[in-house]
Design a protein around this ligand. Structure first.
Ligand code: AMP
Length: 412
């Protein structure tokens, strides 16, 4: 069975076609600048046909899906011979609100519920819906499945998801902690539990999804019991451009200092803060580490390299805040069996892993410096000899997780 995984943004649409017999990618690509001029990059993976990388007109998501189907089935760039070889489509949907605690087959009722969550994710859910509608139009007979970023966190207990604000905002407006990156936290925690032989029974994991957007999850016996992102992805640890948890009065203070509206002040916290705000020149950890004098391949300091103090400070603030949340989650879980690093920074930055773990000796957590200094694209145990909790690096694969859920639901 082949599954097409779709991740639709407001002006982009990423796709991967999986052969689920062996979970191999047949082709993947990106439609970009939808609604503007349009560009499609399509890469066959199952054969040596060439990459297609051209500007093409993509006025709406519907045209983008048509272009994707055309490329997937074409003689020159294709990997399947006709649309009938796509057996199901899996959609990443950002917000499932209180309604969805797992992935679902899409029908009119599900579409209406995703629409209802637009008020909670006004930037993302409308784009996800455009992707769903475009696929329903272009592939009317193919079953479609929605996989929600929030669903994995639906097991968080009431005392952890309730904000200490007037209760009417929860009752009347559904304002509470939801959390995001759920598909990634679930994927890497499943791998960790499998590898550690903890699949059945009591287990305590903290997963750190550290990428452009970053979040942590506390996972007890395979279920999320707390996470750092909130009603929106702004809360929690500092990120590339988002501030994470700060004094909420800052919104008012920034607005009055800069003479801007509250909405513009929110933009400062979403788009100009985080490590970019502190360093000032880039939100990319490779740039920041290089400026701080780090050898990004080993994570050790380069001898004699100049050290930009603000770059170093940005890394120190990030690592300290991540470690602080890890400490609080050890309390939430009543102990810790393993700490898991994933996503762009978690998988690829030995420096960040080490500087986070340097704060964690108090909970008996140590890494093996030598093993940690290697970058690999697969499961890696970087635990130190004396460590109590294990420290693991596990590459995330949200697309594969979506494809697996899709197959499971379609087969039912
Ligand atoms: P993601 O959002 O998961 O794609 O992660 C993007 C982040 O990962 C960016 O900040 C990148 O700078 C960071 N990243 C990717 N490779 C490395 C690396 N080798 N060292 C440090 N950071 C990296």
């Amino acid at each position: 069975m082949n599954v097409l995984v779709i991740n639709a943004g407001s002006s982009s649409l990423k796709y991967q076609l999986f052969d689920m017999k062996n979970e191999k990618i047949l082709a993947k690509g990106l439609c970009d600048r939808i609604g503007l001029d349009g560009h499609l990059k399509h890469k066959p993976e199952a054969n040596d046909k060439p990459v297609y990388d051209e500007d093409i007109s993509l006025p709406t998501h519907a045209e983008a899906i048509s272009a994707v189907i055309e490329k997937l089935t074409s003689d020159e760039y294709g990997v399947i011979s006709s649309l009938s070889e796509i057996n199901a489509v899996g959609h990443r949907v950002v917000h499932g609100g209180r309604k969805f605690s797992s992935s679902v087959l899409i029908n009119d009722e599900v579409v209406a519920a995703i629409e209802d969550c637009v008020r909670l994710a006004p930037l993302h859910n409308p784009a996800n819906l455009m992707g769903i509608r475009a696929c329903q139009e272009g592939m009317p007979n193919v079953p479609q499945v929605a996989v929600f970023d929030t669903a994995f966190h639906n097991t968080i207990p009431e005392y952890a998801y309730t904000y200490p604000i007037p209760y009417k905002y929860y009752e009347e407006n559904d304002i509470r902690r939801y959390g995001f990156h759920g598909t990634s936290h679930r994927f890497v925690s499943d791998v960790a539990l499998q590898e550690l032989g903890l699949k059945n029974g009591k287990s305590r994991l903290i997963t750190c999804h550290l990428g452009n957007g970053s979040s942590l999850a506390a996972i007890f016996s395979g279920k999320s019991v707390d996470t750092t992102m909130g009603v929106t992805p702004l809360e929690g640890i500092p990120m590339g451009t988002r501030c994470g948890s700060v004094d909420p009065s800052l919104v008012d203070i920034i607005a009055s200092v800069d003479g801007i509206s509250l909405k513009e002040a929110m933009d400062v916290l979403n788009k100009k803060s985080g490590v970019l705000g502190i360093y000032g020149k880039s939100s990319d950890f490779r740039d920041i580490e290089t400026a701080a004098g780090v050898n990004i391949d080993t994570g050790f300091m380069k001898e004699g390299a100049p050290i930009d103090a603000r770059a170093k400070l940005a890394l120190d603030v990030f690592s300290y805040q991540v470690a602080k949340f890890i400490g609080s989650y050890v309390v939430a879980l009543g102990g810790l069996d393993a700490l898991v690093f994933t996503a762009g920074i978690g998988e690829n930055s030995p420096y960040v892993r080490r500087s986070i773990c340097k704060h964690l000796g108090g909970i008996g957590l140590y890494i093996n410096e030598k093993v940690n200094a290697v970058r690999v694209s697969e499961y890696l145990d970087v635990s130190g000899e004396k460590t109590k909790p294990k420290v693991l690096v596990i590459p995330t694969n949200e697309e594969l997780a979506i494809a697996r859920d899709t197959i499971e639901i379609v087969k039912k």
